[in-house]
Design a protein around this ligand. Structure first.
Ligand SMILES: *Cc1c(COP(=O)(O)O)cnc(C)c1O
Length: 429
């Protein structure tokens, strides 16, 4: 790679810089940035919505678990905190999503948790076998529930959107007494549209259906009130805004009143009422533990704790307020600097209806993304076919980051620095 051109160096002479500095100075959450590892002060990392940064405390916390709990205490550690760790971490995460104690467990992946909860909902559907989602959902989620709906003799209906906004009214119109389950991403992965969770939950309930929210792109950035809305089920990642590390275990939520009505379709021993009874008949645990599968990934749970604790410590309302301010500043920089260069705003403009990331559309989005990473030292995400997605993780993103990123993006396009990059996308983008 050639050395980055001088034009992609400091951007402190560009319009908007002083404003960004002022916002950072007034930002009560700014000190949290020092609680995360930063090895390259010139890198602008705008992908905390895909893989959150490493908390400073995590390496020591994991080392203590490896050396002390595993190395020294060995199997005794199961009785000294490991056995309940998945529900303990779930209880700590619970306030972020409006859940109570005993309603959340941290286990398995988001995809597996989705399978378990959607499968449980279909089995409880008393003959209803249709599932409703939208075309903004993470395609993998749609694949998981489509397979389950087919196996139950039903089908998945994917309600069409305009590509940016959740098709709320069309979803409401699609609900009837055939529908067992409505499942949506609360904040959608590309445009960042954020549903009115209470409204859709109420509509699903009015049709006699259950609702399952995927909170992967909300948790840790957008306050969620599952309890207040009476939502039934939810899943989500801990490696995005919760900074739990690559592949860290996901969470699942089951409203307390439903827990003894729903049955985990993977009836393994960690969901058994008496796992060490080794009875050949399976009797599900009476509580949230019935939605566990096999042995908890202890080291990954330990790695996930500091990131979750940091979000709880900062407070989700303060995080949301900063997220809104970051998005507003990003939108203003886009309007001044990027819209004239042909980048379109392909996310909601209503601050109440978006999460903490936004996407920009451009025909050359993939080459632009490569130039941003390789020359601009700005890491966004490319999302096929034509989006550059910028995630503004409130605990680790500054207003100057947003200014630098948008300015370097503009300079790349002005100078055509993206043009030599290959047009063909790689497998991982
Ligand atoms: C990130 C994400 C996932 C990831 O699922 P994994 O099982 O962890 O790979 C699933 N659904 C949504 C909506 C996501 O944003």
């Amino acid at each position: 790679m050639p050395a980055p051109p001088a034009a992609l160096g400091p951007c402190d002479d560009a319009p908007g810089y002083e404003e960004a500095v002022g916002f950072d100075r007034a930002d009560a959450l700014a000190p949290f940035r020092d609680r995360f590892v930063e090895t390259d002060g010139d890198l602008v990392y705008l992908d905390g919505n895909s893989l959150g940064r490493l908390p400073v405390r995590t390496p020591d916390h994991v080392t203590a678990a490896v050396e002390g709990e595993w190395g020294d205490r060995l199997i005794r550690s199961w009785k000294e905190g490991w056995w309940e760790l998945a529900t303990d971490v779930g209880d700590r995460l619970a306030p972020l999503i409006g859940a109570g104690p005993g309603e959340v467990v941290v286990a398995d992946s988001t995809s597996v948790n989705l399978y378990k909860l959607a499968g449980a909902a279909l089995a409880a559907g008393a003959g209803r076998a249709r599932v409703v989602t939208d075309d903004l959902n993470f395609p993998s989620d749609a694949h998981v529930v489509a397979g389950l709906a087919r196996a139950a003799g039903g089908r998945l209906d994917i309600v069409a959107s305009d590509g940016i906004h959740g098709p709320v009214e069309q979803i409401e119109a699609a609900l009837d007494d055939d529908v067992a389950l409505v499942t949506l991403s609360h904040t959608t992965f590309k445009s960042g549209y954020t549903y009115d969770l209470a409204r859709v939950t109420a509509a699903a309930h009015a049709a006699g259906a259950l609702v399952l929210w995927d909170l992967s792109h909300s948790v840790g950035a957008v306050p969620v009130d599952l309890g207040g809305a009476g939502a039934d089920l939810a899943v989500g990642c801990t490696y995005k805004y919760l900074n739990g590390g690559p592949g860290s275990p996901a969470f699942l939520y089951v409203r307390r009143e439903l827990q003894d009505r729903l049955v985990n379709p993977i009836s393994a021993w960690w969901g058994h009422a008496d796992p060490f009874g080794f009875d050949l008949a399976h009797s599900p645990a009476p509580d949230i533990r019935r939605f566990q599968t096999g042995t908890a990934p202890i080291l990954s749970l330990r790695a996930a704790e500091p990131g979750i604790d940091l979000v709880v410590e900062a407070g989700i309302d303060a995080i949301r307020a900063k997220s809104r301010a970051l998005l507003a500043f990003f939108e203003a920089r886009w309007r001044d600097r990027l819209a004239p260069l042909g980048l379109t705003w392909t996310s909601p403009t209503d601050p109440d209806r978006r999460g903490s990331h936004a996407s920009l559309g451009h025909d050359d989005a993939w080459r632009l993304t490569q130039a941003m990473i390789e020359l601009g030292r700005v890491i966004p995400d490319y999302r096929a076919p034509d989006s550059v997605r910028l995630g503004l993780s409130p605990l680790t993103t500054s207003f100057v980051d947003v200014h630098t990123a948008t300015e370097r993006m503009a300079r790349i396009l002005e100078l055509g620095l993206h043009e030599p990059f290959p047009a063909e996308a790689t497998v991982v983008t």
